[in-house]
Design a protein around this ligand. Structure first.
Ligand code: PEP
Ligand code: MN
Length: 353
């Protein structure tokens, strides 16, 4: 039997529904941590988040304050009676976080991409009762993500959950990381006992869009939200565009959770498919754009070498190519042919100009 089906993830039931995790992208100084914890609405937020070790895309950026940040978190925990969470990316991080008795550890998107890293973390966490959350990998590879969960289960770790933070596909202008709801909700349907928390901050990359994604996640029946919250987002040392103030966080949560009847099991299939269509269309547009650029380059070469723009043999070859693909996947050949007639017409126009 599938490992993931064997496990009963009861840990989430100890929290209110939905579980709200909030706090800054990064711990910056003691005062910042204490102020944010003071200002977030503890009637909603049960867990404080703060990155101590920050995986940055480029060197030379703020890479986190390290171990001393955990001391600030402990102070906040004692003063405001809140649970703590932080990201771990290697054996040393795990050992340090465990030394400070941090309640929830999460594996970041960049780490989930690397099976060696996940294995190292899982081995170091062996037999732990801590809650371990694993973010989706950067790329849309559900097996890699679930493989990470299996590595944890294999190390007798029982309190596991997923964090959905979106995927980097092409160059999305709508969101920092495309949510790909359909794929993630398929996991939810298949493994209903594996909690899924949505991270609207890293999906949107934009403080103005946190509400819409958080609402969608709750409508889809997610178990919780992780939202980056900072007293002064503009001055934040990392992810300043996507962090929201504690006041705005409360406003959003009031809107989503108070005025709406929440039914955890309710999944709006229509919305789900509509969202999926939007994502597919976005990708089609980017691909068509790439195709036109390539066509234009071909046009330049043809001109340089005095070749005809319309090369009948090439056209026939392409038609045959499309036909074979359609046959393989049982797709209406005429539909694809008509579509490509239009696409080719535009390519020819681009080459003539
Ligand atoms: C974070 O939570 O601040 C973070 C680095 O997220 P991700 O791993 O999703 O990029
Ligand atoms: Mn962040």
């Amino acid at each position: 039997m599938n490992l993931l089906k064997k496990i009963n993830y009861n840990w989430i039931k100890k929290f209110s529904y939905p579980l709200i995790i909030a706090g800054p992208c990064s711990a910056e100084n003691e005062e910042q941590i204490l102020n944010i914890t003071k200002n977030i609405d503890k009637s909603y937020v049960e867990v404080l988040r703060a990155g101590i070790w920050k995986p940055r895309t480029k060197p030379g950026l703020f890479e986190g304050v390290g171990e001393k940040g955990l001391k600030w978190l402990i102070k906040a925990k004692k003063k405001y009676n809140i649970l703590l969470s932080t990201e771990v990316a290697n054996e040393e991080h795990v050992k340090t976080a465990l030394k400070y008795d941090i309640d929830i550890l999460w594996i970041g998107a960049r780490s989930t991409c690397n099976p060696f890293t996940v294995q190292e973390i899982a081995n170091t966490l062996k037999n732990t009762n801590k809650i371990i959350l694993i973010k989706n990998p950067l790329n849309l590879d559900i097996d890699l993500w679930l493989g990470g969960v299996e590595r944890l289960i294999n190390n007798n770790i029982k309190n596991i959950g997923l964090i959905h933070r979106g995927f980097s596909l092409y160059k999305s202008k709508t969101y920092r990381n495309i949510p790909c709801w359909l794929e993630v909700l398929t996991i939810k349907k298949e493994y209903p006992k594996l909690p899924i928390i949505c991270d609207p901050s890293h999906i949107t990359g934009n403080s103005n869009k946190i509400y819409e994604i958080s609402k969608k996640a709750i409508d889809f029946g997610y178990d919780g939200l992780m939202i980056e919250t900072h007293n002064n987002p503009k001055e934040a040392l990392s992810d300043s565009n996507q962090q929201i103030t504690p006041n705005y966080l409360t406003e959003i949560l009031n809107k989503i959770l108070l005025k709406k009847e929440i039914n955890k099991k309710y999944i709006n299939d229509l919305n789900l498919y509509r969202n999926n269509l939007l994502e597919i269309d976005e990708n089609i547009i980017y691909l068509l754009h790439n195709r036109l650029i390539t066509s234009k380059n071909i046009g330049v070469l043809k001109k340089k070498h005095n070749l005809e723009i319309i090369q009948k043999e090439k056209m026939l070859e392409l038609k045959k190519f499309y036909k074979e693909i359609c046959k393989k996947i049982n797709l209406d050949e005429k539909y694809i042919q008509t579509l490509f007639d239009f696409i080719h017409k535009k390519s020819i126009e681009t080459q003539i100009i």
